[in-house]
Structures are given as structure tokens and as C-alpha cells.
Design a protein around this ligand. Structure first.
Ligand SMILES: [Zn+2]
Length: 143
């Protein structure tokens, strides 16, 4: 799903650095990638210079399935920043565990926030919030 914004996006955007720029670039290309160790096969997230398991520097940006499940979830009922308005509330903040085993913080969209449950199967959707930034989000999936 692409939701190219017709309005000016006013919420905070990720501050990219050289280490995580490939992650955000892959999101923009609607083909999310995560670092995978070329020596031991471990998936690494968040991005880092050395493998969290074997300390190898041979980390390869590798496309992930985009499928996973809700590991943890909460519903936000109060605006935490001025850019969040009443129209944005409530919204969901979840930790999604991808099939590859890495956990990412995101939003589950496409269902009421209070219907997001731990263990719920989800799949990625790409929210093109600006011309430069795409936020990976997740929606419920059947299985
Ligand atoms: Zn490794």
C-alpha cells in the first residue's frame, strides 16, 4: 500500500545517519532490508557496524519478508507532541517481530488500535509520508 501524502507531513521524521540510511532507503523503495551477517547468518536490527552475535563486520543489507507478528502493543490516547492532533488519536504503537527474528517499533494500521493484539499476524505496508521518507508500518494479515 502506498499512501503518498497530499498534505504537508508535520510529524517527526527519522534523523538518518550513515549506519541506518540503507534501512530508510529500502523502505522508500518498498523493499525493506535489514542487516544480515555474512559470516554467521544472524539478522541485526537496529543497524550496527558489527554483528551482535559474532562481531563480524560483514553485514549485508538483505530484503526481509515484511511478515511477522505483534510482539507487544499499546494504544496512545494522548498527544505526545504538538504535531499530533485529536484527529490522530487514538493510535497504535507496536513492537513487531519479523519472521527473520528482528523486532521493530512501528504502528499497526488498518484496524482500530484497540483491536491490535499480541501475537496478531501482520505484514508490512509502506507509508510515503514525504518525497524523501517512507515509514514502514504493518497491517493485520490472515495467517
Ligand atoms: Zn555474525
Amino acid at each position: 500500500m502506498s499512501t503518498q501524502s497530499q498534505y504537508k507531513y508535520t510529524k517527526p521524521l527519522p534523523e538518518m545517519d550513515p549506519e541506518d540510511r540503507p534501512y530508510w532507503q529500502s523502505a522508500k523503495e518498498h523493499a525493506l532490508k535489514v542487516q544480515r551477517c555474512d559470516d554467521c547468518g544472524a539478522w541485526n536490527f537496529p543497524p550496527r557496524p558489527l554483528c551482535r552475535k559474532c562481531q563480524s563486520a560483514k553485514l549485508i543489507w538483505t530484503k526481509v519478508s515484511g511478515r511477522g507478528h505483534v510482539y507487544s502493543s499499546t494504544t496512545q490516547h494522548h498527544p505526545i507532541l504538538p504535531s499530533y492532533t485529536k484527529d490522530d488519536l487514538p493510535y497504535n504503537v507496536s513492537i513487531v517481530e519479523l519472521e527473520e527474528g528482528v523486532r521493530v517499533i512501528s504502528n499497526v494500521v488498518g484496524c482500530p488500535p484497540d483491536q491490535v493484539k499480541i501475537g496478531m499476524p501482520v505484514e508490512i505496508v509502506y507509508d510515503d509520508v514525504t518525497d524523501q521518507v517512507t515509514l514502514p508500518k504493518y497491517k493485520p494479515r490472515a495467517n
